[in-house]
Design a protein around this ligand. Structure first.
Ligand SMILES: Nc1nc2c(ncn2[C@@H]2O[C@H](COP(=O)(O)OP(=O)(O)OP(=O)(O)O)[C@@H](O)[C@H]2O)c(=O)[nH]1
Ligand SMILES: [Mg+2]
Length: 341
């Protein structure tokens, strides 16, 4: 019986026959598929499929549902509990190091718990942590060890940090964790003491940057360091153009608007009338931005609200006011109460 060789980076079954398919490699004695090799050494991305179906896991599993703080508005949008009703769910809210240092984490946790309760989401625990923090990892290890279950699954949206956690929990040095959405192709397995940790391929989320932009572009736009607030006092009719991608215009009277984005993102203050011309110019420059743009208006009544800009960051603004956003068609934007302060 021949054993299937797997890529150590993404878990794909290695094959030598079809270069355009996942897992292709020149020779089966390589550790990494060609795609992972290129990602590691040249920083580019070739093929990867995006699994859309929820995987079926054994009954009574312990499932760590991993979410990034960047994805909180969609935290419970994959109702895995409906298909895995016997499982124990622990929600890991990862990448909290991205939030400003003075964020009130207790308040954030309370808001998440309130949301879980209102949506009747079953859970054992909700843990705020950073996969890059040794102390948080040690805590998680002891917590996981307290479960009798032998198999612990890591599940969640692409780019939420599952493989980063997997590597830290199992001391695996070869699995790849990059900002490439859909990097893990098939389950990766490793041991933490007597327990098996299984890192699953990420769940696909449409409307995120990977949906519209090539990896070499979106990897620079998704934050990997603290998103410090930048406050812009905007006047009526004034616009802020974010990295040639999203234009935010204030249609009401002067108002401070707070942007939480990766530090290197260019924010250009302009006025409403120049936006079409700027968008066109950006398209000419990059030829990669969306074929078409769409527009959404947000009427903010009174309290502090949050507009989530796909997996790129947030806007906080307090009403009453009216913001208009022009953005590539299909990009995910949402309005919610400000989840963190
Ligand atoms: N700042 C920060 N970055 C993190 C953290 N966890 C993961 N990352 C980064 O997030 C990116 C994605 O991490 P992965 O572990 O590959 O994410 P994944 O959930 O396995 O993604 P898929 O395999 O595509 O489903 C990488 O660039 C990681 O370095 C964290 O706690 N803090
Ligand atoms: Mg992964």
């Amino acid at each position: 019986m021949s054993t299937i060789m797997r890529c150590k980076g993404c878990g794909a079954s290695l094959q030598t026959t079809e270069p355009s398919r996942v897992g292709y490699v020149g020779s089966l004695d390589h550790e990494y598929c060609q795609s992972c090799f290129r990602l590691m050494h040249y920083g580019d991305s070739t093929i990867h499929f995006h699994p859309e179906d929820l995987p079926s896991l054994p009954e009574h599993s312990v499932i760590l549902m991993v979410s990034s703080v960047l994805h909180l508005d969609l935290l419970f949008s994959h109702p895995v509990w409906r298909y895995q009703s016997e499982a124990k769910f622990i929600y890991i809210i990862n990448q909290i190091d991205l939030l400003p240092k003075d964020t009130n984490l207790d308040l954030l946790l309370q808001n998440i718990i309130r949301k879980a309760k209102s949506m009747q989401v079953p859970y054992e625990d909700i843990i705020l942590m950073s996969a890059k923090n040794r102390f948080d990892i040690d805590h998680l290890k002891s917590y996981i060890a307290s479960f009798a279950s032998r198999n612990i699954y890591l599940l969640g949206v692409q780019n939420s940090g599952k493989t980063t956690l997997f590597k830290a929990l199992t001391n695996d040095l070869k699995a790849l964790a990059f900002k490439k959405a859909g990097l893990t192709q098939e389950a990766l397995e490793g041991l933490m003491g007597e327990q098996k940790i299984i890192d699953m391929p990420g769940l696909y989320q449409g409307g995120y940057l990977h949906h519209l932009l090539p990896y070499t572009v979106y990897k620079k736009l998704i934050p990997d360091t603290e998103i410090r607030p930048k406050i812009y006092t905007m006047n009526k009719g004034q616009s802020v153009f974010i990295e040639g991608l999203i234009a935010v215009t204030l249609s009401t009277e002067t108002q401070p608007v707070v942007f939480y984005l990766e530090n290197n993102i260019t924010i250009h203050k302009t006025n409403d009338k120049r936006i079409p011309e700027l968008i066109k110019d950006k398209e000419n420059q990059f030829k990669i931005y969306a074929e078409s743009y769409e527009e959404k208006s947000f009427r903010i009544i009174d309290q502090k609200m949050q507009i989530t800009l796909a997996d790129m960051g947030f806007i906080h603004v307090t009403g009453p006011c009216h913001l208009k956003l022009i953005y590539p068609k299909g990009l995910h934007l949402s309005l919610s109460e400000a989840l963190f302060q």
